[in-house]
Write a new protein. Structure first.
Length: 139
């Protein structure tokens, strides 16, 4: 496996996962068995198959790397969204004397969502890559 092509395929798959998770209305696909995350692993496998032979094993590996990349990108985007949208809430709760509660809640939820992004990204991304490997396998 060409490491540069694997990295690029994983990056593209991770970007697709991030878009499918954070863009309004597209994120509803993830309510159906994490279809948006599976799609990210599938797209990563598809991209890799354009220039290289792809087996189901290679597809699963690319899907796994796409899930890792997606987990990282989704976590970064989630933290950015949490920080930018939580500011008015934090200020309001600060006026009520509950500012530390809001800040702690945001931090805890960010940690939990980061763990979930990685777990779901790796699991369902690998499944998407495996499907891509089966579909685009050179016979």
């Amino acid at each position: 496996m060409d490491k540069k092509q694997v990295f690029l395929a994983a990056l593209i798959g991770g970007i697709v996962m991030t878009i499918m998770t954070h863009v309004p209305y597209l994120n509803y696909l993830n309510y159906v068995l994490c279809a948006g995350i599976i799609l990210g692993g599938f797209v990563g496998g598809w991209y890799y198959s354009k220039k290289n032979a792809l087996s189901p094993k290679d597809g699963a590996i690319i899907g796994l790397y796409s899930g890792l990349m997606g987990g990282l990108l989704m976590s970064i985007m989630g933290i950015i969204i949490a920080v930018t949208t939580a500011s008015p809430l934090t200020q309001l709760l600060g006026l009520l004397g509950l500012g530390t509660v809001a800040t702690t809640t945001i931090i805890v939820l960010s940690i939990i969502s980061t763990i979930m992004y990685f777990v779901l990204g790796i699991g369902f991304g690998t499944l998407g890559g495996l499907i891509a490997g089966a579909v685009f396998q050179k016979k």
